[in-house]
Write a protein that binds this ligand. Structure first.
Ligand SMILES: Cc1cc2nc3c(=O)[nH]c(=O)nc-3n(C[C@H](O)[C@H](O)[C@H](O)COP(=O)(O)OP(=O)(O)OC[C@H]3O[C@@H](n4cnc5c(N)ncnc54)[C@H](O)[C@@H]3O)c2cc1C
Length: 401
């Protein structure tokens, strides 16, 4: 792609400069000039009223596919130590909704070794069919084997939508599979919907540093692939359903993979499990210091909750980065989220907005967090939290009498 200015048409009005978020265009001697900061986004082309900016795109070379041949929704399950990752259940809930709109089957794909006796469990999570690719070696995650098997299966069965957890492994194999299939992949979606008329998947995710939510479609290619972080969608209620199980045996040997797992090292540090927490108490800059963070921990202990934090709290080293909630931290959906001294920047909100009940404590009544919170307490957290702890303990003591 390239961009150029037609000097004869350019009037030097400057509307292109105002439209560019990157400083990629400037006016010199009454004419627009592209600077090295231009990233060819095309915003200036739209803004120019005299059509003096020309963005030249190479012809679309990807072979178009017959999208009518693609049907059905797949969820790819990941696992560790023979336990299916929670995000697979969450994706099945959303996948069922989308499959009902499209009137197609929902399929769960598992690549593993020891799941024969566990497959029936998925009959409670809205699945119509399970494809179980079984091979001893697939007990562990092998990037190249996942890519090979999934590319083959998808090419043969032609699902129209594939949902994958945005976990370290999902983020590894999803783009590699998408590249091989010439398919569109939207990473880290925070919302998924269907345009029922075109059958396009509407994939929403934060962009421009989280300041804008973009909805992405891939109308010309299939399958439509999306990764979704754990905690974005809820695990569906259990309802029993008839399922079909398709087992495919692969006789992979170690020589079939270019990688070799020598040792699996489990992180020694007990990491916090924010994604599965029922209650989270989070602190931000308003907490004031590392020492003061003890008050957040005390409230969390009183409520039997996990401790979370804003990015600022992590950057100031008041809390470990495993605890960060938000766009570049964890996405959480507890029953109760208490935000203490957190302003409510969009990058924090996208990580906790799916919580059932959000309580915000902030001394600024105009703090944006109050727009997202269900309950707000305007006040100094150093006074509010001790009173809260006292009241909770009092109620607990009365309950036990
Ligand atoms: C690409 C990108 C990714 C990001 N990812 C994340 C992310 O994952 N998570 C995240 O959190 N942020 C993220 N951020 C940063 C985000 O934009 C904000 O800067 C950050 O969330 C602000 O943290 P805060 O609310 O703790 O601090 P502030 O915005 O400074 O807010 C502090 C709040 O505390 C209140 N306060 C002060 N004293 C008291 C008191 N005594 N009692 C009660 N209230 C008090 C103030 O009124 C204020 O509202 C990201 C930013 C970018 C650009």
């Amino acid at each position: 792609m390239s961009i150029r200015i037609d000097d004869e048409l350019c009037t030097g009005c400057g509307s292109c400069v105002a439209s560019c978020p990157y400083g990629g265009i400037e006016i010199i001697d009454d004419k627009a000039h592209i600077t090295e900061d231009c990233n060819l986004c095309g915003a200036c082309v739209e803004a120019c009223t005299v059509e003096a900016i020309i963005l030249e795109r190479e012809e679309f070379k990807v072979k178009r596919v017959d999208i009518s041949k693609y049907k059905g929704i797949w969820v790819i399950a990941e696992h560790y130590k023979d336990k299916i990752h929670d995000v697979a259940y969450q994706l099945l809930g959303k996948g069922r909704e989308l499959a009902d709109i499209l009137k197609v089957n929902l399929t769960l794909v598992i690549l593993g070794a020891n799941f024969d006796n566990l497959l029936d469990e998925f009959s409670y999570y809205g699945v119509d069919e399970i494809i179980y690719v079984k091979s001893k070696i697939l007990k562990d995650y092998y990037s190249d084997l996942y890519v090979k098997v999934l590319t083959e299966l998808i090419s043969k069965n032609k699902p129209e939508i594939i949902l994958i957890g945005a976990t370290p492994t999902g983020r590894d194999f999803a783009p590699r599979v998408a590249k091989r299939l010439n398919a569109g992949l939207t990473a880290d979606c925070t919302g998924l919907d269907i345009d029922a008329e075109t059958r396009n998947l509407l994939q929403t995710r934060p962009t421009f540093g989280g300041n804008i939510m973009a909805t992405i479609r891939t109308p010309r290619s299939r399958p439509q692939m999306a990764t979704v972080r754990p905690g974005i969608f809820k695990t569906p209620e259990k309802v029993k359903k008839e399922i079909k199980i398709r087992k495919i045996d692969y006789d992979f040997k170690e020589k079939d993979t270019v990688s070799k797992i020598v040792k699996i090292i489990t992180k020694e540090k007990v990491t916090v499990n924010l994604e599965e927490a029922e209650i989270i108490v989070s602190g931000g800059r308003g907490v004031g210091s590392k020492e003061n963070f003890k008050i957040i921990e005390e409230l969390a202990t009183t409520l039997n909750a996990e401790v979370g934090g804003s990015r600022v709290a992590v950057e100031l080293n008041w809390i470990d980065n495993d605890h960060q909630v938000g766009q570049t931290g964890k996405t959480v959906s507890p029953r109760l989220y208490i935000a203490c001294g957190i302003s409510g920047a969009i990058q924090h909100i996208v990580g906790m907005q799916n919580s059932d009940i959000i309580v915000a404590i902030n001394k600024d009544e105009n703090a944006p967090i109050f727009k997202t919170a269900h309950y707000g307490i305007v006040g100094d957290l150093h006074k509010v939290i001790p009173s809260l702890i006292k009241e909770i303990k009092k109620v607990r003591a009365e309950e036990t009498i």
